[in-house]
Ligand binder design. Structure first.
Ligand code: DLL
Length: 457
């Protein structure tokens, strides 16, 4: 792991130490009070969630507590779609100061409304995340998350300002310009998707900018899409930085729901004083225990415009309580290991793309960009992992292309109990992600292969 030294040489300061290191019992009391207040607000607002609470026999916040949380109704993405565009508001429409969201299926985005208070909360949560990464007043944050409806760019932007850092609002894409700005402004923090961090790392290396030649970056705060520990190692090597994970979703607030600290970097501290978190069995909806993987569900305790009760995210992770070396007492979530709806079923075997990524990127001869192709031509259902070979700068593997293919197919079979064909394609042919979230899986039902160089036979 890359050693990062901070100017002070000490553990980086928390942005809101009283809240982030609050004793667990004290926080539970605060959460309980906020939960009662939220339920009262939802009931007062009327609408879908009030209706569901009434069906569950809840007519006042005084009836609810953390102990009976699991008896309260849940919400889901369908509720947002049904209420599009301004459904689920708990404030007058005129109190909404911004909308953000994510691209949804069927062309309609999932839209989320923010009050002035929500925007302030969001900035504080992102400031917490940047401070946990070691940033502070004076840091320069190169923000290559996309700006727009997507919450990544604007969220980190506001957080950096709240922290007193200098933000460079470069947004995604136009990689050559990003390289120039990094060379000239010498940022210490990079914020973008992990797949774009790889793209940018390659472009910086091509321009001769590496740790050895004076690349200024120390730390990266990467999220918005799933990525594995193996991908983290690749990015750390490529950029000579410490990569940290940040998680969030528009429905809850955007980035800043949870993030890793640079001290431990072994899970994401959930800002649970504002976003009460549970893990639920994805099928039955029953809570799973500490350390058990389940679907993350969040209750937005303090959000004003569009508060949500037990919002089921579809993201799979595990929670772990305890006090971190950094001093935070906030519950930690594991990296997201998959999405309920991303699970591939190949010849009866269930597999998440991240499980395949873990096996592929453990082999240093393989470049970090890959694409999983589901070959559905003429009634087939085969999985092909398309990889580039030998373009990873710190490769160092003695394997030839043919032996790498054999070794990886064998490891995939052993680990997943599934035959995955490995196709080594020419350098540069796996599509790179310049803007937005990486696409790791494509279906191939006929015509041209989704990756040039993939044998169509
Ligand atoms: O992706 C918010 C965000 C922006 C998070 C920048 C981190 C950094 P949405 O576009 O609404 O919001 O997408 C939310 O992205 O439910 C997860 O499936 C996925 N996701 C977000 N962060 C991570 C992460 C933003 N660190 C959806 N690891 C979520 C894995 C992530 N998946």
């Amino acid at each position: 792991m890359v050693e990062i030294s901070f100017d002070s040489g000490a553990t980086p300061a928390m942005f809101e130490p009283a809240a982030e290191s609050m004793p667990r019992e004290e926080r539970a009391e605060l959460q309980g009070k906020r939960l009662c207040g939220l339920v009262d607000r939802l009931i007062a607002a009327g609408g879908l969630q009030a209706g569901r609470l009434a069906e569950a026999g809840v007519t006042s916040g005084a009836q609810v507590s953390l102990d009976n949380l699991a008896e309260l109704p849940t919400t889901g993405k369908q509720d947002l779609w049904d209420g599009y565009p301004f459904g689920l508001l708990a404030v007058p429409r005129s109190d909404v100061v911004a909308v953000h969201g994510s691209s949804g299926t069927g062309g309609r985005p999932t839209l989320v409304s923010y009050s002035r208070g929500d925007i302030t909360l969001w900035a504080r949560m992102c400031a917490r995340a940047l401070a946990a990464a070691g940033a502070g007043p004076g840091s320069i944050v190169h923000n290559a998350y996309g700006y727009g409806l997507f919450t990544g760019g604007v969220g980190i932007h506001q957080g950096a300002i709240e922290l007193g850092a200098t933000v460079v609002p470069v947004s995604g894409g136009m990689t050559a310009r990003q390289v120039t700005l990094i060379a000239d402004l010498k940022p210490d923090v990079l914020t973008c998707t992990p797949s774009y961090a790889i793209r940018l790392g390659e472009a910086l290396a091509e321009a001769g900018l590496t740790k050895e030649t004076g690349l200024s970056l120390k730390v990266g705060v990467f999220g918005a899409e799933p990525w594995t520990e193996q991908m983290r190692t690749r990015i750390d090597d490529l950029l000579g930085i410490r990569s940290l994970d940040i998680y969030g979703l528009s429905e809850v607030i955007g980035p800043g729901v949870a993030s890793e600290c640079v001290v431990a970097a072994d899970g994401l501290h959930v800002n649970e004083d504002h976003f009460l978190v549970e893990t639920l069995d994805p099928v039955t909806g029953e809570p799973t225990g500490d350390g058990m993987a389940g679907e993350l569900a969040f209750t937005t305790l303090t959000k004003e415009a569009m508060p949500l009760l037990r919002y089921r995210t579809g993201d799979i992770a595990a929670l772990r309580h305890g006090t971190c070396e950094c001093g935070r007492t906030l519950v930690k979530m594991s990296k997201v290991t998959g999405r309920k709806d991303d699970m591939l079923v190949i010849r009866g075997v269930n597999v998440y793309p991240s499980e395949i990524e873990r096996v592929l990127l453990a082999e240093s001869a393989v470049a970090p960009d890959y694409l999983l192709v589901i070959d559905e031509r003429e009634g087939r259902r085969d999985l092909i992992a398309c990889l580039e070979f030998g373009t990873h700068s710190s490769g160092g593997s003695a394997l030839s292309e043919d032996s790498a293919r054999e070794v990886l197919e064998e490891r995939l079979r052993e680990t997943l109990g599934l035959r995955v064909d490995v196709a080594i394609v020419p350098p540069g042919s796996v599509p790179r992600t310049e803007v937005g979230k990486a696409v790791r899986v494509r279906r191939w039902s006929g015509g041209e292969p989704p990756v040039p160089g993939l044998d169509a036979s």
